[in-house]
Design a protein around this ligand. Structure first.
Ligand SMILES: NC(=O)c1ccc[n+]([C@@H]2O[C@H](COP(=O)([O-])OP(=O)(O)OC[C@H]3O[C@@H](n4cnc5c(N)ncnc54)[C@H](O)[C@@H]3O)[C@@H](O)[C@H]2O)c1
Length: 266
């Protein structure tokens, strides 16, 4: 209940899915949470849920594609709560209908992928770091993806952008470690967010389970709990790292289905 007492955290994209879960879990651990999202109603809804559970939250409307809006968000957090300890640069994604393979990629979507995933992470961190230095340190948590670790047949921009997020994470850790700022990234595998549930047919979701080592898919709270750990002082010696939270999807050999057939039947 008090793993984050006295800490002030901003979470972007906290109106829905993983970000909402992280906000609720951080609030439940005593953090004061700025619930930032470009969808005002969903930010307010998450903030209400945090407060109903006994936490403290400030809903904030932000567009992470707009540098000024991101700067205003950080200033509003410090104005409201007096300091800043944690920033989750969580918004990201691309449009899979436009972000295709190399030759069929919409180049405007590539630019959008860089802005939404990479530039937003840089901008958020640039605004947050001076306040964290003032607070004596802090924790930046960036959302990457398993899509940034391996090649794929589509979403070439998404993979490239998330790979860049990992490298930025390492650079921030190196550059501001001496001032007590930690910077880590989380790479979720398949997580059952409302966005995923609404966009994929049930049989596709069922098939996705077959790629994991564990016999189930992730829930938003699986990433939320990881973020609570990274936000807390329990992870004080952990920086510049990527935590892959994917049910074992990327740690298993792609040959597993064939090799399973080679096992003796009894
Ligand atoms: N769900 C998964 O399986 C999965 C897997 C790997 C990585 N991720 C990453 O997790 C993050 C969020 O994914 P999710 O599934 O929770 O998504 P989601 O769609 O459930 O939530 C995203 C939130 O971000 C907000 N948002 C979108 N654009 C914004 C902008 N420009 N400014 C401010 N807010 C904006 C939306 O309103 C929404 O509330 C992304 O970075 C995504 O790449 C998700």
């Amino acid at each position: 209940m008090n793993r984050l007492t006295d800490k002030v955290a901003i979470i972007t994209g906290a109106g829905s899915g993983i970000g909402r879960s992280a906000a609720e879990l951080m609030g439940a651990q005593g953090a004061r949470v700025v619930v930032a999202d470009h969808d005002t109603a969903s930010a307010e809804d998450t903030a209400r849920a945090v407060e109903e559970a006994g936490g403290q939250a400030l809903p904030y409307t932000v567009d992470v594609m707009d540098d000024t809006s991101v700067g205003d968000m950080v200033e509003a957090a410090v104005r409201a709560f007096g300091r800043l300890d944690v920033l989750c640069n969580h918004v990201g994604g691309t449009n899979p209908r436009k972000d295709l393979d190399l030759l069929r990629l919409d180049m405007d979507e590539f630019g959008r992928a860089v802005d939404l995933n990479v530039r937003s992470t840089l901008t958020g961190s640039r605004h947050a770091v001076p306040h964290m230095i003032q607070a004596g340190g802090g924790s930046i948590i960036n959302t990457a993806s398993v899509a940034g670790l391996v090649g794929d047949v589509l979403q070439i921009s998404y993979g490239a952008a998330k790979a860049a997020v990992v490298n930025i994470t390492q650079s921030i850790a190196v550059q501001y470690g001496p001032q007590g700022i930690r910077c880590n990234a989380v790479a979720p595998g398949t997580i059952m967010t409302p966005a995923l549930l609404n966009n994929l047919p049930a049989e596709v979701i069922e098939a996705l389970k077959g790629y994991n080592s564990l016999p189930y898919l992730g829930a938003p709270k699986d990433i939320g709990h990881t973020m609570v750990f990274l936000a807390s002082d329990e992870s004080r010696y952990l920086t510049g790292q990527l935590l892959v939270v994917d049910g074992g999807m990327t740690s298993r050999s792609p040959a597993v289905p064939g090799r399973r057939a080679m096992l003796p039947t009894e």
